[in-house]
Structure formats: C-alpha cells, structure tokens
Write a protein that binds this ligand. Structure first.
Ligand SMILES: *Cc1c(COP(=O)(O)O)cnc(C)c1O
Length: 308
C-alpha cells in the first residue's frame, strides 16, 4: 500500500488574515494554510495527489511515476510523499539536467530522475509516450503532470469539510466564498464539486487567458456529472506565468511583514494582490467573509530569491 490506512490527510490550520486594506473595507478573510500540513509535504499538490495515490493502491501499483519542471511543486510533493510513506517515485523532468533547490530535494527524497530535454517533454501528451516508461517501470503508476484531471480535483474536495470544521473557531457561522490561485484550475474544480453551488469560488488566474483554464474546469465538472456553476475566473497573471514585477514583490514583502505569513510570487502572492485590487475596486460588499487558500509553493520560491 502506498498510503497508510489512516490519518494521512492532514488538517490545514484556518486563521484570521489581518491586513489593513481588509479591515478598512470591512471584508473578513480567513486563510487556509495548506503550506502547513506537514514538515515535508506541502500545498495543494498533496491534495491533488491523494486520489491518484488511492487509485494506484487499487491498481496494485508499488509506486508512482510522474513529470514536471525543475521547480515543480508537484514533483516535490510526490517525492516527499514517497519518502514519508516509503514508496518509490520516478520523476521525468523537462529540459536538461539542472541543480535547482527543488531538484536537490527530489534527489534527497530518493526520487529517480530522468531528464527528457525540451522536445522529449513536449511529447508527453502523445499516444505511446508512457509505453517505454511503463516497460522500464512496470510496477509504477503514471500520474499526469501536476496531478490534474478528475482524480486531482476529487482530492481537493475534502478542503470544504476541513474549513467547515474550523469555522466556529474563528467565530464564523458561514462564509461567502473561496479565493485561490489557479494554474490548471484542478484545485478550483474540486471546490466547485464540493460546494455544488453552495458558496462561490473565485479563481485568480496565475496563467494568461489562452491557457484554457475555463475549459479544463468545465471538462472536470462535466466528467464528474456535476453542474458547471458557482465560480468565477479573474486574471491575476500580471502579464504572464512566472512574470514578476516590483509592485508585486513590494506587496509580498509588506504582507509578510504585516501578517507573518510567507508567500511566493507565482501563485499565492499574485492571488492575494488580485484580491486586494478587487476589494479596492469595491467588488465585495461590507461584511463579506472569504476563505483564501494558501496553496503552498514556498519550496519553489528558493529558485527565485538567492536570499532564501
Ligand atoms: C500548482 C499550484 C497552484 C495551481 O493549482 P491548480 O490546481 O493547477 O490550479 C496554485 N498554487 C500553488 C502554490 C501551486 O503549486
């Protein structure tokens, strides 16, 4: 078994997020700290993996093979899970051998790495891509890039119950919606499925419009036989995925100073700044209560800042 039979789905803490611009607008935000579920495993990538791991268990697989880049939060969570629970992992990497902090962790966690080059990596959606890998690693179950698809979304559905169970601790009896960063939209799709229209889900897009996030969310929700409703996507990409600008970095620094909560510039920093812009623009009425998801990704920011 890849997963121990009980107690592996860690509860992420839910805390008040106290920031001037929220207080002034009379908007309340609670932050769900997926960056704090475990010393080794962090973020939404762990939840996205959980149903893939269960499926691998059902299929009798002994371990997992998956793919990503040299800063991949997904491969990091997978390698960490393999290390923690004692199953073998193989990572197929984009590009040529690199020594990023992420790659060093993957190796330290015992993940077997193969570098595919850029052309080889682009072939990942072609039929037959997995065949030679499955021949080489017959006991490992392939998991798609980023842990996406319907299983990835299903793995994020328990976040709703995790929040509901902690509302009274905040002095809240309900909330109005979720706010989170989106890359593929898989995590958001999981919340849309869990909520089934009960609370609105706002997705702050870390990627430009042409990445087809809306279609991917729609595809997952339809595959689950649910209704494609109750969510809204907003651009938060600031000119492109992983594009960073001085106002964003200043905002992150200021927020970290004021709240003590670490953010990274690709997802969580952009998502929170986009929320501030919408709050400043008057999108939410006074008294609105939102759940902001800290989706993790802090391990990846080491590649962007020499100081950490
Ligand atoms: C991958 C990732 C996301 C995006 O998740 P999707 O399910 O692809 O939308 C958001 N935040 C962080 C930190 C991530 O690593």
């Amino acid at each position: 078994m890849l997963l121990p039979s009980s107690n592996w789905l860690r509860r992420a803490p839910l805390d008040h997020l106290d920031l001037d611009w929220l207080t002034q607008a009379n908007i309340e935000v609670a932050i769900l700290r997926l960056d704090q579920i475990d010393p080794l495993i962090s973020g939404n990538k762990w939840f996205k993996l959980s149903e893939h791991l269960k499926a691998a268990d059902r299929a009798g697989a002994k371990g997992i093979i998956s793919l990503g880049g040299g800063h991949s939060n997904h491969l990091h969570a997978l390698a960490a899970a393999g290390k923690r629970f004692g199953f073998p992992t193989v990572g197929l990497l984009r590009g040529h051998p690199q020594d990023t902090p992420t790659v060093k962790d993957l190796q330290a966690f015992g993940m077997q790495l193969h570098w595919l080059g850029y052309g080889g990596y682009r072939a990942r959606h072609e039929p037959g891509f997995w065949q030679p890998w499955q021949a080489q690693y017959p006991e490992l179950q392939p998991v798609p890039e980023g842990g996406g698809g319907l299983p990835g979304a299903k793995g994020c559905m328990p976040l709703k119950a995790m929040v509901s169970a902690q509302l009274s601790g905040l002095g809240w009896n309900d909330y109005d919606g979720w706010w989170l960063a989106c890359g593929t939209g898989t995590t958001l799709a999981g919340l849309v499925l869990a909520e089934a229209g009960e609370h609105r889900v706002y997705g702050a897009l870390a990627v430009p419009d042409d990445h087809g996030v809306a279609q991917q969310v729609q595809g997952i929700v339809q595959e689950a036989g649910s209704v494609d409703a109750g969510y809204e996507l907003l651009d938060a990409s600031r000119g492109g995925f992983a594009k960073v600008d001085p106002p964003l970095l200043e905002f992150i620094e200021q927020t970290e100073r004021d709240s003590g909560i670490p953010l990274e510039p690709l997802y969580t920093g952009k998502a929170l700044l986009a929320l501030k812009q919408q709050v400043d623009a008057g999108k939410f009425t006074q008294g609105t209560r939102l759940i902001f998801i800290h989706t993790g990704g802090l391990q990846g920011r080491r590649g962007f800042s020499p100081a950490t």
